[in-house]
Design a protein around this ligand. Structure first.
Ligand code: KIV
Ligand code: ZN
Length: 537
């Protein structure tokens, strides 16, 4: 099959002058990892996001692995417009034919055939001689060439393969029609200088090496996947295989967002770039987390919560004067609204004053001295200081003061397949007692609704996170809630051995902060208000 749109590569051109293609394997190498599996609908949503991000090639799956994988690849392939749809296949006819069928509706299709080449894999995994590997690789590429616009050949465990034999296999695969030759570091064994030398050697020693695209595919077993991929690029690789958030086998694959931003920020050094719309990096990362339920670590480069957050006083002071002091890229470039100056125990007066002014306070110097002392005392107790804490400090209140509402009773029950119900009883410092009940999608939702009714407070939940504190069956649950009320953000946090109770106490903390910040309503002492369970308010 001819590739109608093989844009840059041609017999005369030298591939080194071209852009670096991003080959995304989030839905194949990433998805086959424990904890990251996605159903077909989730895969399709992710594929659409990846196309919007601008990945050149999207490896949608391994069609021969299961009927569901086949269906997912076929559906994604028929949806993509500009991105090349790719399917993985071993060098065996059944796999290659499945991949070809799954890609039938693609505008641009690629079959990615792979075969192990290293001595360890040849002997222990395949039981094949060098000649048998060579023949199978050629036969696989030739068969795939009949079924897709283009073919990529991967030598699995390439980096532990004898270089001369690898060059021989690659030369044969290229002669059979493969336009991309992938040299994976399957077990994450290489170091950057070494992998750069290997790629340079391969490009010089594979026949027609300057006219095919060399590709890197690095695993992160030693934490070097991104460094090794970039080293391969510096040696002439013009395709990088990577995944959003770096998900993938074992310690993962090279992280797409890190590769892309390294090449953007250090474009002059690399002398090449990618075609990724970097403003979509954050949305893509968040979507993957949402679809898989796996958050990225806070300090993860580019997409972690702390990637553009500055807490230390010295850094915040510098940032307020000139953002270039501590930032090498702008958060907007990766799709984040703004740099976050996180206020905590390391923060200084300049950042505190700036934040208070943003919140509408204008403390004089004496007031500022007092607020700063109380701010430091609070920061010693809390991990992060939120706007509502600062608001309370500026108004002269103790942000940690409990009340006026206290939770005196909490009952929930979940109804299999039919949501949940909750009833709460609250006591106000003015003597009122209120009991309320509500239905919800789940126990936490029902508790929040009951709490809203009981306190006449409307909360629009924007974040709900629960995590275990400690290990084992008796681990505590920590709930963090963020909600909007009256156009402002409010935060609550609580810990309990029962996660529903932790969520209820976190919601109560928000309700109390709102109550503390608004003038007290006229109390009606000693009244007991009880309402019955109702549909959602
Ligand atoms: O890591 C690897 O070698 C692979 C191949 C299938 C390309 O994922
Ligand atoms: Zn891999």
């Amino acid at each position: 099959m001819n590739n109608p749109q093989h844009d840059e590569q041609n017999e005369a051109g030298d591939v080194a002058a071209e852009h670096v293609r991003i080959f995304d394997t989030t839905l194949r190498d990433g998805e086959q990892t424990p904890g990251f599996s996605m159903d077909r609908r989730a895969k399709l949503r992710m594929a659409q996001m990846l196309e919007a991000l601008g990945v050149d090639v999207l490896e949608a799956g391994f069609p021969q692995a299961s009927p569901d994988d086949f269906a997912a690849v076929a559906q994604i392939a028929s949806t993509l417009r500009d991105t090349t749809a790719c399917a993985l296949a071993r060098c065996v006819p059944g796999d290659i034919d499945s991949a070809g069928r799954a890609l039938e509706q693609a505008q641009r299709s690629r079959i990615h055939v792979f075969l192990s080449t290293s001595p360890l894999h040849r002997e222990h995994k395949l039981g094949m001689s060098k000649q048998q590997v060579l023949d199978a690789a050629v036969a696989g590429v030739e068969r795939a060439m009949q079924l897709a616009h283009e073919v990529e050949f991967s030598a699995e465990d390439a980096m532990r393969t004898e270089p001369e034999f690898l060059a021989e296999v690659f030369s044969a695969a290229a002669a059979a029609g493969a336009s991309t030759l992938n040299a994976p570091d399957t077990v994450g064994y290489m170091t950057p200088v070494e992998i750069a030398e290997r790629f340079a050697w391969l490009i010089a020693n594979v026949q027609r090496g300057r006219h095919v695209v060399f590709s890197s595919h690095c695993h992160n077993d030693l934490g070097l996947a991104v460094a090794n991929s970039l080293a391969a690029v510096s040696a002439g690789a013009r395709q990088v295989e990577c995944t959003v958030n770096g998900i993938g086998e074992r310690a993962g694959n090279a992280a797409l967002e890190e590769i892309v931003m390294a090449m953007k920020v250090r474009g002059a050094w690399f002398g090449t770039d990618t075609r990724i719309d970097t403003k979509k990096l954050h949305p893509a990362s968040r979507l993957l987390s949402e679809l898989t339920g796996q958050n990225v670590q806070r300090n993860k480069a580019i997409v972690g919560e702390n990637a553009f957050a500055h807490e230390s006083g010295i850094h915040q002071h510098g940032m307020l004067k000139h953002r270039g002091t501590y930032e090498i890229m702008r958060p907007e470039d990766v799709g984040l609204a703004e740099t976050k100056l996180v206020l905590g125990k390391h923060s200084g007066r300049a950042a505190l004053r700036q934040r208070l002014e943003t919140l509408g306070h204008a403390p004089g110097d004496a007031a500022m001295d007092e607020i700063f002392v109380r701010f430091k005392a609070l920061a010693d107790k809390k991990r992060e200081i939120h706007d509502d804490d600062l608001d309370a400090l500026a108004r002269g209140r103790d942000p940690d003061a409990a009340g006026p509402w206290r939770l005196t009773r909490l009952d929930t029950s979940a109804h299999l397949g039919a949501g949940a119900s909750a009833s709460v009883k609250l006591r106000h410092d003015d003597g009122r007692e209120v009991a309320e009940a509500a239905l919800g999608d789940g126990p936490v939702d029902a508790v929040l609704r009951a709490m809203e009714r009981a306190t006449d407070t409307t909360l629009q939940l924007t974040r709900f996170q629960v995590q275990a504190v400690g290990e084992g069956g008796d681990a505590q649950g920590e709930a963090r809630l963020a909600a909007q009320h009256d156009g402002r953000a409010w935060n609550g946090h609580a810990v309990s051995t029962d996660i529903v109770e932790a969520a209820a106490q976190a919601a109560l903390a928000i309700v109390n902060r709102i109550a503390q910040s608004t003038p007290a309503a006229t109390p009606s002492p000693q009244t007991t208000k009880t309402k019955t369970l109702g549909a959602h308010a």
